[in-house]
Design a protein around this ligand. Structure first.
Ligand SMILES: C[S@@+](CC[C@H](N)C(=O)[O-])C[C@H]1O[C@@H](n2cnc3c(N)ncnc32)[C@H](O)[C@@H]1O
Length: 660
């Protein structure tokens, strides 16, 4: 099996050779050592080392290992209880299916200590490299991370059976040993995983670290795991982890892990490689009521020593600062396809293992009349693009005309001109009312009424006439979405930060000051309705601006392709009287689609607010899926102006580049 060790200083068999052939193996090891020595002292390769070591290291112990440690002390139990209480993570138990996080990193080589212990370079020896990452986790053990630093992209993942990594310079390889979690996840990002792994830890005492009095817990990788990660040339001798939990706050503030590998090719003396990684974990913030670390610094020190090293021991030190921009739980539509390892890694599996993986790994051939791109989860994943932030990519071939996925809105609202003619919840067109009938908002079904009950009850307590007038006279649609979201938050059906994951528009100071009036009107409507203070804490001007900034570039204008009632006469009359759009809505997955003036996907609404994303042509696996944000029939200059003013970017799609 052609498997990659999780960290760069372990040999990677990137020459295609038979692993059972020992002479070739020795030469592979020589090459490996040669290339790594030169890597360590070659500045041009700094970025590769940084990415290999710091990019996506694995944590040696799985939270689901299910190996209770008989030595667990009551002190360790107490520390973990304190941690779970401090983070509030128990409320996630059984409720979180997936987690999505994006963040930024800055990495640099710090120093290298060469032969005879003299410093070959001290202080940052290379320019620090900036980058960003996107991370998906699906409970219990599937995860994917894409990290782009200095123009290089590293991807790593686990489908629950194999953990793998792809680097531009090595390609894709599976990690040795069992599936383990990403170390980044244990850096305070997933408190449930932290408490699960440390629940079997040993209490080591107290220690003051970075000015904080901490309790120290220790974990060690077991012998079976170490053996699985070894082969007859590289032996993994130990891997220990220390977690430092603040005595005062209970939070995990420092994580340190260290492992030692003995490398010995037949007939030579051994060399030892020790890698120690330490992470300062900071900036805990609440996400859906749970404390999640949003920043920190990691450093890695690689030391190599042994009798046969003529140059003497060598030490390489590197550092990373990281921050989390967005973190969200239970992002809808996350497909299992996201976690499929690259083909090269799939080939690493022995044949007999393929059977139970087949549902995921064989592209299903749908029947001729099959409408959905696939019967299972959508064949897409969200990933980082080169020029346009996050984007949506096909995980397999999609046929022309296929329905890729559907999406329900996070927030929607009818346009003011349609408010009496469409369902207040799903925007389905309704039969026109006769003059004797009530002109209140209406619903198309009991189900829609039921689903809106709680937030409509909140809305009905307040007088919205001034706010609605403000929207009507200025022709504003997004403040209506803000009002609905605010009522949903007050009623407890949505969280105030549910849109934080979406990209905000950049707003000028003029735009921000114009929003002040809308905010005052919204706030005063709630205040006059005597809304309880504790429910209103979220409603600040900043919240209002943040939400509007997201609605501006992520909401869709809903135009229905078909009506729900058969009376064509009424339909024609309604379309003359009202504008074509029945309302506006914002969705999660569709918000990640980037724009193209000649798109390969379009978004349509048939009879209500539920969106359908359909392929406009054949799409290959790996291709980015793009929709058109604007009226594609406009000429080049008009499109560029609208995209720049409305969405803040200059379009460089093929059509625009050709001047069309
Ligand atoms: C609805 S969001 C799309 C998802 C977004 N890329 C993200 O990371 O969340 C729209 C924003 O994406 C970026 N974008 C979309 N299409 C683009 C394109 N063709 N070129 C450059 N930027 C684009 C712009 O910043 C735009 O305001």
């Amino acid at each position: 099996m052609n498997r990659l060790a999780p960290l760069s200083e372990e040999p990677t068999n990137d020459e295609e050779e038979d692993n059972n052939n020992s002479s070739k193996k020795v030469s592979s090891w020589r090459n490996w050592l040669k290339s790594h020595f030169s890597l360590l002292f070659n500045k041009k390769s700094d970025l590769k080392i940084l990415l290999s070591v710091l990019g996506c290291p694995l944590f040696p112990i799985s939270p689901h290992a299910g190996q209770p440690n008989t030595h667990v002390s009551s002190s360790a139990e107490y520390i973990i209880q304190h941690f779970t209480a401090a983070t509030g993570c128990r409320k996630l138990e059984g409720k979180v299916k997936n987690v999505f996080a994006t963040g930024k990193v800055r990495m640099a080589m710090v120093d290298e200590l060469g032969s005879s212990g003299s410093s070959t370079a001290v202080g940052p020896t290379g320019v620090s490299q900036k980058g960003c990452f996107v991370m998906w986790q699906m409970v219990p053990d599937k995860w994917l991370i894409e990290l782009v630093v200095g123009g290089h992209k590293v991807v790593a993942g686990s489908d629950g059976n194999v953990a793998w990594r792809h680097t531009p310079w090595i390609g894709a390889h599976a990690a040795k040993g069992g599936v383990r979690p990403l170390r980044r996840v244990l850096q305070g990002l997933d408190p449930l995983a932290v408490s699960a792994v440390f629940s079997s830890a040993q209490y080591m005492g107290e220690k003051r670290i970075m000015g904080v009095d901490c309790f120290v817990l220790k974990l060690s990788a077991d012998h079976t795991d170490l053996a699985d990660r070894s082969d007859n040339t590289a032996e993994m001798i130990k891997h220990v982890i220390f977690g430092y939990f603040s005595q005062r706050s209970g939070l995990l503030v420092y994580l340190e892990d260290s492992y030692l590998t003995r490398i010995q090719s037949p007939g030579s003396r051994p060399t030892y490689w020790e890698t120690t990684m330490a992470t300062k974990i900071e900036d805990y913030r609440t996400v859906e009521g749970v404390m999640i670390a949003h920043g920190g610094q990691s450093s890695a020190i690689i030391t190599r020593f042994g009798d046969n090293l003529k140059v003497g021991p060598a030490i390489t030190r590197m550092e990373e600062t990281w921050t989390i921009d967005d973190l969200a739980f239970n992002v809808p539509g996350l497909s299992m396809d996201c976690f499929i390892p690259p083909e090269e890694v799939q080939k690493d599996y022995p044949e007999e293992n393929l059977d139970w993986r087949s549902p995921l790994h064989r592209t299903p051939t749908p029947p001729e009349n099959e409408k959905l791109a696939s019967p299972g989860p959508p064949p897409i994943r969200v990933s980082i693009t080169e020029m346009a932030g996050r984007g949506v990519f096909a995980t397999r071939r999609i046929g022309s005309g296929d329905l890729i996925h559907t999406a329900k809105p996070l927030v929607s609202h009818p346009s003011l001109s349609s408010i009496h003619s469409v369902c207040y919840f799903c925007l389905r067109k309704l039969k026109p009312v006769t003059s004797s009938e009530d002109c209140n908002v209406r619903f198309c079904s009991q189900e829609c009424e039921e689903q809106s009950k709680v937030f409509v009850a909140v809305e009905r307590k307040a007088d919205w006439s001034a706010y609605d007038d403000y929207c009507r006279t200025r022709g504003l649609k997004y403040p209506l979405l803000v009002k609905r979201l605010a009522c949903m938050v007050v009623s407890g059906v949505a969280s105030a930060d549910c849109l934080d994951i979406l990209q905000p528009a950049s707003l000028s100071s003029e735009m921000i000051s114009e929003m002040g009036e809308g905010f005052s009107l919204l706030q005063s409507a709630f205040m006059k309705a005597k809304a309880r203070d504790e429910c209103m804490a979220f409603l600040t001007e900043q919240w209002y601006i943040n939400v509007l900034a997201r609605f501006r570039i992520n909401s869709f204008r809903i135009e229905l392709a078909g009506g729900s009632y058969e009376d064509l006469h009424s339909l024609a009359a309604a379309s003359v009287e009202t504008e074509a759009a029945v309302g506006n809505a914002v969705y999660m997955l569709p918000s990640f689609y980037n724009h193209d003036c000649d798109p390969n996907v379009h978004i349509i609404w048939i009879d209500n607010v539920n969106a359908r994303l359909k392929a406009l042509r054949e799409i290959e696996a790996g291709e980015e899926l793009r929709i058109c944000y604007i009226d594609a029939s406009m000429d080049h200059d008009a499109r560029q102006t609208i995209l720049f003013q409305g969405f803040g970017f200059r379009c460089s799609c093929l059509r625009c580049s050709s001047g069309d």
